[in-house]
Design a protein around this ligand. Sequence first.
Ligand SMILES: [Zn+2]
Length: 245
Amino acid sequence: MTTKALFRDDFYLATAEGTVTAIHPDGAIELDQTCFYATSGGQPGDTGFLERADGSRIQLGQTRHGETKDIILHVPLEEQPRPEVGETLVLHVDWARRYKLMRMHTACHLLSVVCEYPITGAAVGEEESRVDFDMSETIDKDEITARLMTLVTENHPVFTRWITDDELLANPGIVKSKNVRPPVGLGRVSLICIGKDSSVDSQPCGGTHVSETQEVGAIHIAKIEKKGKENRRFRIRFGVPEQSA
Ligand SMILES: [Zn+2]
């Protein structure tokens, strides 16, 4: 059975109800629908807890995909109670953590606007994110920070536009990732658009994002590392740069 991914239509959905459809041999819980994001595209899966009818909790250590991308598995921490198939649970995402991931993930998109090179890898984290670019130039990190913060304070809208797989394949230019496959295969692809009429950016992405750039808040480039001759790793952190803090 597939899991209805409620977060796709509402990135801000922190709680929802779901019914257990299967318990996997390793204890992973499959539900008919969920607001828990499963690890993919460089964004870690959600943590949080599932609340049973008697108010007791099943604490989750991670959320990941099953055999296919349309199955989402909720993985309990050790020694948690095991629900029954057919049981309805109230799902509570650790919202403080997820919101940080949404802010960071959106910041990674802004970095790809400021730094116009092909992306070779990315990992979103609660405290720090990294984006790798195929580039050999040396760039001043404070200048990149200043340009990022301009996009943040200009407060551009961030929204999703759905296109078909065929539309995406007909317009390969909109994909910035060099060796990360765009999320095709489900018939439709979400384009994350920034700015009125996508004037700032649009990029296929299956992750969760904030709805306006101001929500990203203060961020800065903490470090730019040289990873090989033609690869630069940018590390994004929250807050203002240390020397001006
Ligand atoms: Zn994204």
